[in-house]
Design a protein around this ligand. Structure first.
Ligand code: PLP
Length: 684
């Protein structure tokens, strides 16, 4: 299917409009009380049902070839989206007294706590394939009869159009996976039976219960609809029975192609209602010279997608140490929210108030109309926090390094940069036009030698990360300061992206950690990590900051931070002062615990001494495979490979936060150990 499906089965993001009231009481349909309650019941079952499909198929990824894996990874993306958006509708249903909590909890207990645990995994896969087949038949029915057109709420219409269009494609993908695992017709029949006994049965019971709750069953129209569905040639029940019989035939093979026209019209309608249709294949329209430039990267991305789907796996929701990823709740080891401040109510409230007061954007650069009192307040707070005269903010951490390095040094100057510095520093050095001298990572002898060869009267900028983002180790700041002091005309710049809030008794970063506050000339940091907002800053002398305000092009020519972002950052600095100590103490105790346990379990974690803990693996294949196994078992972890790290230094990077509990960390280590054992067994 993967050649033919490219037009439709894709990562098409969809979100319900949050402003819509999404009323789900009987008024969706004009005069279709049973169908309304049927779709309501469908929504009740979808959030958990889709997760079951994802869990089940993930177990068998090993059986899929590259093409099928790619289709499955898109299917996970879509099913995760269905689960998320139906959960939103479910929240409305509950508000309106239609959540059927008891029924839902019973279904969840029986199906996922009991039956799922008791049944063999092959039967679960056969059930998933049959459920997808039934799903597709229901979708086909609603689309073919054009029933969705009659839904009054545009948002609900969009939801079902989108969902049903995607469901039609899923039947082929999951069936193919089942065929790769087993082509037993008996198993297929068992799956079909399970789908009838659970999914379709629950749908029917749910629709009746909702009919009772909404009193729809007291209307004659409800029963007339029921009779039509049960007795008439193209009623829903009859369609499902026919489809089930077809499903049991030896030569059965589902084909999306048979529904191509239907899908086309559903997608066209979606586009009309404001959801992206299939994306045009831009590459074929590119001039050949540009195609040639893009091809190596595109080919690499295409070859990686099936084996490393986690690069693009979208997060549906953050929840402390957990994320919803493609509909599955996983422990998050991919976050920079080291202090757990993301979604902190104080920060959320500050952002909300800023939007109320200023709106969502600034429409201007700071020097020409974009300067808000809020920006001045934030910069004053940053300066005070770091015990400096002044501070300046930029629209991202990346932009800060780019703009500041290229403003401080230029042609004829020298910039000395650690080999493992962040890409934004590397690019800032390049952009500056200064001579770039790269010294060995954290090697002060090498730096001293290189500095010694440069003329005394030349301008020199030493630039390092405080904590290295891929390794978690710390730069030797005191030695750097003394080297800077021994060489005239030299400035020291330090990127505190991963140390702000994390290092130092008060979270003031690497200077505080090494007890040398105020010694770094150009103190750079990000507002996008422990501070859960966006942007970057420099703290330093008033003269230097004034110079940057009028000379750093990334400041002069780029719009000011949006009000919500600036307010969130300001509130976060307040919180780091107020709650930081307790959060940092939990974080550091987690870090020590995790590092020690990993070492005891013989994992190579390099010299990590911070919240970033790399599991060094040394091979891309191993990194992808371990990441896949971790994600299967509920750990959200991504591999880091070339060109982000050198070839041979591939790893899994696990970021620890204060929200993790020791039992979470123990669980992570167990999963890592199991994955490593499985990988060794496979390689042997
Ligand atoms: C060391 C370092 N500096 C700068 C940046 C860029 O920051 P931002 O994501 O805010 O652009 C990062 C991003 O991860 C980083 O790790």
């Amino acid at each position: 299917m993967h050649g033919s499906s490219a037009q439709t089965l894709q990562r098409r993001p969809f979100r319900l409009d949050a402003r819509d009231r999404l009323s789900v009481r009987g008024e969706w349909f004009a005069g279709k009380p049973l169908s309304t309650q049927f779709l309501n019941a469908y929504t009740l079952l979808i959030p958990e049902g889709e997760r079951f499909i994802i869990r089940t198929c993930r177990r068998y990824l090993d059986h899929a070839d590259a093409g099928l894996r790619e289709d499955l990874s898109r299917l996970f993306f879509q099913e995760g989206g269905h689960s998320r958006e139906h959960r939103r509708v479910l929240a409305h249903m509950r508000k309106e007294g239609l959540g059927l909590d008891l029924f839902r909890h019973l279904v969840e207990r029986i199906s996922y706590r009991l039956l799922e645990k008791l049944s063999p995994s092959k039967l679960r896969l056969a059930t998933a394939a049959a459920i997808e087949h039934h799903n597709a038949a229901i979708a086909d029915f609603f689309l073919r009869q054009d029933l969705l057109r009659e839904i009054r709420s545009v948002e609900i219409r969009r939801l079902f159009l989108w969902h049903f269009a995607e469901e039609i494609e899923h039947k082929e993908v999951v069936f193919k996976l089942l065929q790769r695992v087993s082509d037993s017709r008996l198993l297929r029949a068992a799956g079909l039976f399970a789908s009838w006994a659970t999914f379709l049965f629950y749908l029917a019971v749910g629709a009746m219960l909702l009919g009772l709750k909404t009193r729809a069953i007291f209307a004659g129209a409800f029963w007339r609809e029921l009779v039509l569905h049960c007795g008439v040639r193209d009623g829903l029940l009859v369609v499902l029975v026919k489809e089930s019989l077809r499903y049991l035939r030896a030569d059965f093979h589902p084909r999306v192609e048979t529904s191509r026209d239907l899908l086309g019209s559903a997608l066209a309608e979606l586009e009309r209602l404001g959801v992206m249709g299939p994306r045009p294949r831009l590459i074929s329209k590119m001039p050949v010279a540009f195609q040639k430039k893009m091809l190596p990267i595109l080919n690499r991305v295409r070859s990686l997608r099936p084996v490393a789907p986690y690069f693009e796996a979208a997060i549906g929701e953050y929840d402390g140490a957990w994320v919803q990823n493609e509909g599955v709740r996983k422990l998050n080891f991919c976050t920079y929210s080291y202090l757990g401040l993301l979604r902190h109510p104080h920060i959320q409230e500050a952002a909300r108030q800023a939007i109320e007061r200023y709106g969502t954007g600034t429409h201007g650069v700071r020097l020409l109309g974009g300067n808000l009192e809020l920006h001045d307040e934030l910069e004053a707070r940053i300066a005070t926090f770091f015990n400096r005269e002044a501070a300046i903010t930029f629209s991202s951490g990346f932009m800060t390094n780019l703009a500041v390095i290229s403003s401080l040094v230029g042609r004829g100057d020298h910039v000395l940069s650690d080999r493992l510095n962040h890409a934004s520093i590397v690019d800032g050095c390049r952009l500056s036009g200064a001579e770039v001298v790269r010294f060995k990572h954290n090697d002060m002898l090498d730096l001293a030698n290189r500095l010694g060869r440069l003329p005394e009267d030349a301008r020199k900028l030493i630039v390092v990360d405080a904590v290295y983002s891929m390794d978690g180790n710390i730069a030797p700041i005191q030695e750097l300061i003394s080297l800077r002091d021994r060489h005239p005309n030299t400035l020291l710049m330090v990127d505190e992206a991963h140390s702000l809030g994390v290092l130092g008794p008060k979270g003031r970063g690497v200077e505080e950690h090494f007890d040398c506050v105020g010694q770094i000339d150009v103190l750079m940091g990000c507002l996008s990590k422990a501070v859960p907002a966006q942007g970057g800053y420099i703290a330093g002398t008033r003269d230097m900051i004034t110079y940057l305000r009028f000379n750093a092009r990334g400041f002069v020519y780029s719009a000011a931070l949006s009000p919500a972002v600036a307010a969130a950052a300001l509130a976060a600095f307040e919180l780091i002062g107020r709650e930081g100590a307790a959060r940092r103490s939990r974080l550091m105790s987690n870090v020590r615990y995790f590092i020690q346990r990993l070492r005891n379990a013989n994992f190579d974690i390099g010299n990590s001494a911070s919240a970033i803990v790399p599991i060094l693996l040394g091979s891309e294949a191993l990194a992808f495979d371990l990441a896949r196994r971790c994600n299967l078992e509920g750990l959200y972890a991504t591999p880091v490979t070339h060109p982000v790290v050198p070839k041979g230094a591939e790893r899994l990077r696990m970021n620890v936060t204060c929200d993790h509990r020791w039992k979470d960390l123990d669980f992570a280590i167990k999963v890592l150990q199991r994955s490593r054992t499985a990988e060794i067994a496979r390689a042997a």
